[in-house]
Write a protein that binds this ligand. Structure first.
Ligand code: AMP
Length: 392
């Protein structure tokens, strides 16, 4: 993968593909600017280098047409505040006006284009759209890790149409950290997986079984594994179609010496609701027929924390329970704090796990928080992301 810091950018017209897909409210105010802030080091580097900077991104899913609620204009304002310098906003993506604006940029000046997904050619990877986007561009920088699993015009198509295509600082950081998780087997590597569906995480488990020392499983996905072992799980979330696959994974783990751990106790209830009566289901007891397991119990937390304390590398994706409801958030909060407390290298991905870190107030103590949910899961599954492949 070619890298921005290895090429000449001074005086060049540099197009940076960012992930400015930030949540907005009805008044089009930015609710969380984490993704914008994560892009700043690359933009600041380009300013210092004296590049002529064109920024682009998608926001939401406007389905190939102009929809004012998905305009990137609020992002231009926020960028300008954060960088403390003007950011020119262009209400078009391609065309004569945009070409003229690109051509008139001076070193260090910044132009932000309108939402790429206002044009159907973006998600359709239309070569004509990619060509228009590439016009006047000397260097293309992919800094949008969260979109790099997409075969879109601004991610892959454009790389074939510009003189130089490289990774930005954020993309490189993501790849460097996530590579720790997928490359050679590591000692004391603890992989923690949770979330609703086992089907989403099976490719990750299959890919990392030979590399991780220990896999800790929580969340809804644990119940398909438990049922596959013959444990009675009541009304808990189970994907029956994956029972054979879970049995196979447990067999493989045994053979490869990977310690795959499942919850031994649970917080259960008849429905997912605040203030509903909860039942602590102790080790060796069954989840009642009319109840669901909605969080890992105290003993499971203790066992998982003991593994986390021994870890040198921790990778976490997916909550341990329905953490959005306080009664079922204890397991996820305890795991988040435990990861933050140890000196191991820690890599956390997935919107819910990141939200849990923020809720627990410990995100500053994590080595790397991935900006890409779907992209990080695909990376951990061993897939080569199209956007990364296109830079090789
Ligand atoms: P995912 O997007 O697959 O990472 O799943 C995240 C969602 O899983 C969150 O909204 C959680 O509320 C949900 N979840 C976690 N544990 C459970 C559980 N035991 N039963 C049902 N849903 C769960």
């Amino acid at each position: 993968m070619k890298y921005l810091k290895d090429i000449k950018a001074k005086d060049e017209c540099v197009l940076v593909r960012n992930d400015f897909n930030v949540p907005l409210n009805q008044k089009r105010e930015i609710l969380d600017d984490t993704r914008i802030r994560a892009s700043l080091p690359t933009i600041e580097y380009l300013i210092e280098t004296g590049a002529r900077i064109v920024l682009c991104s998608h926001l939401g899913r406007p389905q190939g047409e102009f929809k004012p609620e998905f305009s990137l204009k609020p992002v231009a304002h926020r960028l300008s505040e954060l960088l403390d310098r003007p950011v020119q906003f262009e209400a078009e993506i391609t065309g004569e006006k945009v070409d003229a604006a690109k051509a008139s940029l001076k070193p260090g000046e910044i132009l932000l284009l309108e939402n790429l997904r206002f044009h159907p050619g973006e998600t359709g990877n239309d070569p004509d759209f990619a060509r228009d986007l590439a016009r006047g561009i000397d260097v293309y920088v992919n800094n949008a890790f969260g979109t790099s699993h997409r075969d879109h015009a601004s991610i892959t198509g454009i790389t074939r149409l510009v003189p130089v295509a490289v990774a930005g600082l954020l993309l490189k950081k993501e790849v460097d950290y996530l590579s720790l998780a997928v490359e050679k087997p590591s000692e004391n590597y603890v992989l923690i997986l949770g979330g609703a569906k086992v089907s989403d995480k099976i490719p990750v488990i299959n890919n990392l079984l030979d590399r991780a020392t220990t896999i800790l499983i929580g969340g809804g996905m644990a119940y398909t594994f438990l049922k596959a072992q013959g444990v009675k799980v009541g009304m808990s979330k189970v994907e029956d179609a994956y029972l054979p696959m879970c049995r196979e994974i447990m067999e493989k783990a045994k053979k490869s010496g990977c310690k795959l751990m499942l919850p031994v106790d649970h917080v259960a209830a008849v429905k997912i609701e605040a203030n509903v009566t909860i039942r602590m289901v102790e080790k060796g007891k069954e989840i009642p027929e009319d109840m669901m397991g909605l969080d890992i119990g105290y003993e499971t937390v203790e066992r998982y924390m003991a593994e986390i304390r021994r870890a040198a590398l921790i990778v976490w994706n997916g909550p341990m329970g329905v953490f959005e409801v306080d009664d079922f958030s204890g397991g996820t909060m305890a795991i988040a704090k435990a990861i933050a407390d140890v000196s191991a290298t820690s890599i956390v991905g997935g919107g819910d796990s990141v939200a849990a870190l923020i809720k627990a107030g410990v995100s500053a103590n994590i080595s790397h928080i991935s900006t890409g949910g779907g992209a990080s899961l695909e990376f951990l599954s061993g897939k080569i992301l199209p956007g990364i492949e296109a830079l090789s």
